[in-house]
Design a protein around this ligand. Structure first.
Ligand code: URP
Ligand code: ZN
Length: 453
């Protein structure tokens, strides 16, 4: 099945800007032609896949996962093998994970460690954000080296996890400024770590309501949102479930929200390019604003039951994180497109193409277009099935039991069919590390223009 030359016939090719019925011709994993009635020569050695009446969609990009992450006395249960295999089963062909150094340790060393974990195991392509958990001149130099030599163009700062990863305002400001100099994207886990550490609040108080990760471009309040998939489908009442085995698995940071109307509400906002920001956890103070680029990601970070149970008598000890890397694509299509709230193009934008704009994999991912890698998913919009199983390492899936009114046939990455009708054709280590250049134009063009003005 490792096709050198592949022709996908007659599918509806869906990009973020438009959908057309077309054939797609691929050589060595790269798209060569998109158009009607293609007949590439010679016909020998050409593998043809009929996609009539099916959707041909760019593979999903999940920009926020934590595979085999050492955290809160445990390690997240999906490693780079199980996690990326599950991603493929769910139509995601690339993830971005986080290399997170301890305070006082080297960022480059953390990057190398995470890469050494990932390289032999990844099934889909991946990249790494690097966290800045402390500040010094060495950190600044290391950030420079990561951008110039290791293909990293994004750094993450935590305003939560006091004494572990949290940076103070001065450090945050220094890290922002350094990102700007280097042409990197600054990301923020925007919770109030001081208040959380005081443990006076059963419901934590947040600066940003519905998600933790706001990717800033500093000096302009020019920013992008990255909401977590689970917050669109579940809400706070799960934490009142008397069965603590059940509620453990919904514990994540920031937590689910206490508003019933959020199920449909967030999806509506997403469809209309809005974003919702609150200052208090009970949403007494909130506002909306327009956001052009929003990326739906999962923060996939799952823990074995016994580790979750460490917090049986004290919820703050429950290692936080939920699953989603396998489910994100289905459920956004179901609740977004199938429900009629957004069109298939907006779906592609929020699950794939915006990530390409923002973290800049040009000319590689997020589009079905000439010279891009042929990373696609083929879906049949007329089948339906129940979510009764999954491929992640845990025995609990927050999405279990939901019904999907479409079915997908196949995930193809770099022109190779990795998954077909429940069967995998992928081995550990087949995914590749994707380097990302600095100064992503979709962010920095406007920054430069504003500076000139
Ligand atoms: O609950 C979450 N999100 N766990 C993973 C660690 C983090 O805060 O990103
Ligand atoms: Zn995270």
């Amino acid at each position: 099945l490792a096709q050198q030359r592949l022709l996908i016939k007659g599918g509806k090719v869906v990009n973020d800007d438009l959908s057309v019925v077309a054939d797609v011709y691929v050589e060595d994993g790269v798209v060569q032609q998109v158009g009607p009635d293609l007949n590439p020569e010679p016909p020998t050695g050409l593998v043809v896949l009929d996609a009539t009446n099916k959707l041909v969609i760019p593979g999903g990009i999940d920009t926020h996962t934590h595979m085999q992450f050492p955290f809160m006395g445990s390690r997240s249960k999906d490693d780079f093998y199980t996690g990326t295999k599950a991603a493929i089963a769910g139509g995601t062909t690339m993830i971005i994970d986080f290399a997170i150094p301890q305070k006082g340790s080297s960022l480059i060393e953390a990057f190398d460690i995470w890469k050494s974990w990932a390289d032999p195991k990844v099934c889909c392509d991946y990249a790494l954000h690097v966290a800045v958990t402390w500040w010094s001149n060495e950190v600044k130099e290391e950030m420079k080296s990561l951008v110039q030599n290791k293909g990293v163009n994004s750094f993450k700062m935590f305003m939560a996890y006091k004494d572990l990863y949290m940076v103070n305002d001065e450090e945050l400001y220094a890290a922002f400024s350094c990102c700007k100099e280097l042409g990197a994207v600054a990301q923020v886990h925007a919770e109030n770590g001081e208040l959380i550490a005081q443990r006076k609040y059963m419901i934590r108080i947040f600066f940003f309501f519905f998600d933790d990760t706001i990717a800033f471009h500093f000096f302009f309040f020019f920013f992008y949102g990255e909401p977590i998939a689970a917050s669109f489908f579940f809400f706070f009442f799960n934490y009142w479930n008397k069965d603590w085995v059940f509620f453990f698995f919904f514990v994540m940071g920031p937590p689910l929200r206490p508003f019933f109307f959020f199920f449909c509400f967030l999806m509506n906002l997403l469809a209309f390019f809005f974003f919702f920001l609150t200052v208090t956890a009970d949403a007494q103070i909130f506002f909306f604003f327009f956001l052009e680029y929003i990326i739906i990601r999962t923060d996939n970070c799952i823990f074995f039951f016994f580790f979750k149970a460490l917090g049986k008598d004290d919820f703050t000890k429950i290692p936080n994180g939920v699953n989603g890397v396998e489910d994100r694509f289905f459920f956004f299509f179901l609740k977004g497109v199938h429900s009629g709230k957004m069109d298939e193009n907006r779906f592609v934008a929020v699950t794939s193409t915006n990530a390409f704009f923002f973290f800049f994999f040009y000319p590689k991912k997020g589009r079905i277009f000439f010279f891009f890698f042929f990373d696609i998913v083929i879906w049949d919009p007329i089948f339906f099935f129940f979510f009764w199983t999954h491929h992640q390492a845990n025995n609990f899936n927050i999405f279990e039991g939901m019904v999907c009114f479409f079915f997908f046939f196949s995930t193809v990455s770099r022109g190779k069919v990795f998954f077909f009708f429940f069967f995998f054709n992928v081995t550990a280590g087949e995914g590749k590390y994707v380097s990302r250049p600095p100064f992503p134009p979709y962010v920095y063009k406007r920054v430069r223009q504003r500076e000139q003005v």
